[in-house]
Ligand binder design. Structure first.
Ligand SMILES: Cc1ncc(COP(=O)(O)O)c(C=O)c1O
Length: 390
């Protein structure tokens, strides 16, 4: 076989940090060990049956066997408008302020290419979701990181960023409830963000992937609830976590009409929107009563309570997350996050993600996903307790 050289763009793509960890976990499983995988962010429960039924029904519609309209079905955009009005009291124009995406990962990666020229600067949270970096590498843009520190509630401290960096930045990514730290945004933080972005002419992209998952009765804020947010930014919303639809690839971007138009223009050249039946089922998910979503949040909250309680009883003093399905756990003294994740994998056969994989400021933490049953989470905590580390 002749070997064809990948393009420079492909060569620029960041290394997949977690690939090593996934391989180690698979090797242990293949060797016959019972591995509990809390290292990934893949929802473990099925899509609610009424959404699956709608897909089955819609799959029979021959209209959907043709190409979908380039920019997606109007009925889905109208459902998104109604959903944002009902959930957040945010008004949207479905034709100008909504873009349908084949998963928000696609939108997040494409956005950098849509807005940034080579050498332009983007502001990224550190630690943060690694795929923001992928889009920036493809666009040949550069990055300045905004540290998320525990003592600042895992929110960027804009006052600590130089005005030169803020003036040069064209795009900023934020994500609350936050992966990996489980930090939550406050209305005053979002108001400050609007203010900073207006002053420095920065486009803000708020990645609202864990929108539905807030605990202790706290409903996560939409960035678009802040006055003036639509003037300077967009929000990406995925159905992957809210409705356990990660495999379906259904998401959308809402907000600033000029950015939505640019995303749509780019998409016109790359995709043909989503399968019509998926769009109909997505519409159904958004407009139906949200009981299954409430039930899902209760499930994660119960898992959080028992897992964090069990770790506390084992002597590991960890904070309880207020949202997302992640726990961000401080690593005991004497270990790097990678060493500690390796230790848990090798000695307890429990997979967690080392914080360093999310950025330099992720060092000192590991991320555990609440994406396993109560029984498995109890078992994971019991195995960790047996190591007598605390
Ligand atoms: C913060 C964050 N953003 C975006 C995504 C991607 O979601 P989607 O399934 O819509 O591509 C994830 C998935 O894990 C995520 O954690």
């Amino acid at each position: 076989m002749r070997r064809f050289e990948p393009s420079d763009t492909v060569k620029r793509l960041p290394e997949q940090f977690f690939a090593k960890l996934v391989k180690k976990a698979h090797d242990l499983t293949d060797a016959g060990h019972d591995v509990i995988n809390l290292g990934q962010g893949n929802p473990d429960l099925p899509t609610p049956p009424h959404i699956v039924d709608e897909l089955k029904y819609a799959a029979d519609n021959p209209e959907y066997h043709k190409y979908s309209p380039f920019r997606g079905q109007l009925f889905l955009k109208e459902a998104i408008r109604d959903f944002y009005k009902k959930e957040y009291n945010v008004s949207l124009d479905p034709t100008r302020e909504v873009a349908i995406l084949a998963g928000s990962k696609t939108g997040l990666v494409d956005l950098s290419q849509a807005l940034l020229n080579p050498g332009d600067l983007a502001l990224l949270p550190d630690p943060g979701y690694p795929d923001y970096m992928s889009g920036i590498a493809i666009a040949q843009a550069s990055t300045s990181f905004m540290p998320l520190r525990a003592e600042h509630d895992f929110l960027p401290d804009y006052a600590s960023l130089s005005s030169d960096i803020l003036d040069r930045a064209k795009l900023m990514f934020l994500n609350y409830p936050n992966n990996p730290t489980a930090g939550m945004a406050t209305p005053s933080f979002f108001n400050e963000t609007v203010d900073v972005a207006k002053r420095h002419h920065i486009c803000v992209c708020h990645d609202f992937a864990y929108a539905a998952i807030g605990f202790d009765g706290e409903k996560p804020q939409s960035f678009l609830q802040s006055e003036g947010a639509k003037e300077i930014g967009i929000e990406m919303y995925t159905l992957s976590k809210t409705f356990n639809m990660a495999g379906w690839r259904a998401a959308f971007a809402v907000g600033n009409a000029s950015v939505i138009e640019t995303i749509n223009l780019m998409q016109d050249h790359k995709y043909m929107s989503l399968f019509g039946a998926v769009q109909q089922a997505a519409m159904h998910a958004l407009v139906s009563p949200q009981d299954a979503v409430r039930q899902l949040v209760t499930t994660y909250e119960k898992r959080r309570d028992l897992f964090i309680d069990a770790l506390q009883r084992a002597g590991w003093h960890v904070p309880a997350p207020k949202g997302t399905f992640f726990a961000w756990l401080p690593v005991p003294d004497g270990y790097s996050s990678e060493e500690f994740a390796d230790l848990l994998l090798e000695k307890a056969h429990v997979v967690v993600a080392p914080g360093i994989g999310f950025g330099d400021h992720g060092e000192g933490f590991v991320r555990a996903g609440l994406v396993a049953s109560e029984e498995r989470l109890r078992e994971a905590a019991a195995r960790i307790e047996k190591l007598n580390l605390f």
